[in-house]
Design a protein around this ligand. Structure first.
Ligand SMILES: [Zn+2]
Length: 517
């Protein structure tokens, strides 16, 4: 019902597609290329569309017109590519039982296509200049100015201007060309991804890929400021692609509305020169790490927890340390709660996403001072910065490539049975000489108290990042809501030399819901 054509339109063939003996009315609209705009003579023009999005939106418009005006058939074909003066740029056809609804549906379709479908027009003027005209934005502009929809009043959208970054002597025109040739994959279009993709597109990075399978929720907006309240429920990659193209039509935006898994990761990552991890779960981070190490692609990681976060740049093509070299006790999913559970202030991921974008530009432009072989930790409450040296581990599974050769990219779980214990009631652990540490957040504790007479409360961030208030020789049982965070924290503490730290299997949920053991 809505499609693009790179060859001249044959309106009699198009009309024949709609013919129907029950229809007494047929209305069509044809848009032609005219020889002037804003008083400047136009020689020819080019149309470009972001096709996956444009076709979806076009189909939606036609379906709306059919439902709204009760017509039988409707279709629209838009040209793309180079067009000469007088050529037909767009055709809309509607067949209906009666003429009135045919006229109205036809008018509705062409107006909505002009407003909503991402199509860009590049005009070549007789004086040798050329300019991109963003039909959607200009239509809005004309409306706000109180004009009826009128092609003759459209101002041309100015071309992107990178002069403020080209002015840096380390960048210059050669640096700008490096950015134009780069292809960067942003995995996750949330609180970290929004500043990353915005700055990369604005800087003129030639191709930006976006991976996210989520739809926008109202609770995202306090930190994901690229989106609008009216967009809630819509696909994030599609929303982001539309916004980025409006910000910079020179950028090619590719969307991958999928959840990254071991089956598709390598294929998606392969065409890109740099990957940026903007996810909030450790399973995906390790999958990205493993795939990038295997493919020899640089990747910039960031994780945020409440008021703090960290940044690490992994350069496998240079033989640098990877995520598993730094976090050998792999299964860390659930160790750090995501934003939904732990809470976060919007500028915290905003800051870390900006730092990722900055490191990406430094890497692409080959600027000095890049973060390398270091983990940068930044506490935004105290504004304390910690830098930890990372080293390539001799026994890193990725670097040994054993796991990958065996096709197993998952984290190692071998120790998980020996590290998990069951005590029900929890008091039994005290009798066995354990110190019980409840690592949940204060708000979780307020809802459900620790079912134990002598438990100590130590939220996970304090436990892992706070001052070491626990002798390494002690015997500890970590407790959380479901047993996931406590298991991951116990594995982390084991790696730091706490030999007798254990996790309560199933957490507090198991105690209250299954009092059988
Ligand atoms: Zn490694």
């Amino acid at each position: 019902m809505f499609r693009f054509s790179s060859t001249p339109l044959d309106e009699s063939a198009l009309r024949a597609e709609l013919s129907d003996p029950t229809c007494g009315g047929y209305a069509a609209f044809e848009g032609w290329v005219r020889n002037h705009n804003e008083g400047v003579r136009v020689r020819r023009l080019e149309y470009e569309a972001f096709e996956p999005l444009a076709i979806k939106e076009g189909e939606r418009i036609i379906a709306e017109a059919i439902a709204r005006f009760g017509v039988e058939h409707a279709a629209c074909v838009h040209r793309i590519g180079a067009l000469e003066i007088g050529e037909q740029a767009v055709w809309v056809g509607v067949a209906a039982h009666h003429r009135d609804e045919a006229f109205r549906a036809c008018r509705y379709i062409i107006d909505e296509v002009k407003h909503r479908v991402p199509i860009w027009k590049k005009e070549h003027y007789e004086n040798g200049d050329s300019g991109w005209v963003n039909c959607e934005r200009c239509a809005e502009h004309a409306q706000h100015a109180g004009h009826p929809h009128d092609d003759h009043r459209r101002p041309a959208t100015p071309a992107p201007d990178y002069s403020r970054q080209i002015a840096l002597k380390e960048v210059g025109p050669a640096g700008q060309e490096k950015l134009r040739r780069a292809a960067v994959l942003v995995v996750g279009c949330g609180g970290l991804g929004v500043p990353v993709m915005t700055y990369l597109a604005a800087a003129g990075v030639g191709c930006v890929g976006l991976v996210d399978s989520d739809r926008l929720e109202a609770s995202n907006l306090h930190r994901q400021t690229l989106y609008s309240l009216a967009d809630v429920g819509r696909s994030k990659v599609e929303l982001a692609a539309t916004r980025l193209l409006a910000l910079n039509p020179e950028v090619e935006v590719r969307t991958h509305a999928v959840r990254l898994d071991a089956a598709c990761a390598a294929e998606i990552i392969q065409p890109y020169s740099l990957v940026i991890d903007c996810t909030d779960n450790f399973a995906t981070k390790f999958l990205l790490n493993d795939t990038c190490v295997r493919l020899g692609k640089p990747i910039i990681f960031s994780s945020v927890y409440q008021y703090e976060g960290q940044l690490q740049v992994v350069r496998p093509e240079r033989g640098g340390a990877c995520l598993r070299c730094v976090w050998p006790e792999a299964t860390r999913d659930g160790l750090v709660g995501n934003c939904a559970e732990a809470g976060v202030l919007g500028p915290v991921p905003g800051t870390f996403g900006s730092l990722q974008a900055l490191e990406a530009l430094k890497l692409l432009l080959d600027l000095p001072g890049q973060l390398a072989e270091e983990l940068l930790m930044l506490d935004l409450l105290s504004l304390r910065i910690t830098r930890v040296r990372t080293r390539r581990a001799a026994d890193c599974p990725d670097h040994a490539a054993r796991r990958l050769a065996a096709g197993n990219t998952g984290p190692t779980l071998a120790a998980s049975t020996a590290i998990e214990l069951i005590f029900n009631p929890l008091e039994k652990a005290l009798a066995d000489g354990f110190e019980v540490l409840d690592i949940r957040e204060p708000h979780e504790l307020a809802r459900i108290a620790t079912p134990c007479s002598a438990a100590r409360h130590l939220p996970v961030a304090q436990l892992l990042h706070g001052p070491a208030a626990m002798p390494a020789t002690g015997k500890y049982l970590l407790v959380c809501a479901s047993g996931k965070r406590s298991l991951a924290a116990a594995q982390e503490l084991r790696s730091r030399g706490y030999a007798q730290v254990f996790s309560l299997r199933g957490g507090i949920a198991a105690l209250t819901s299954s009092p059988r053991i």
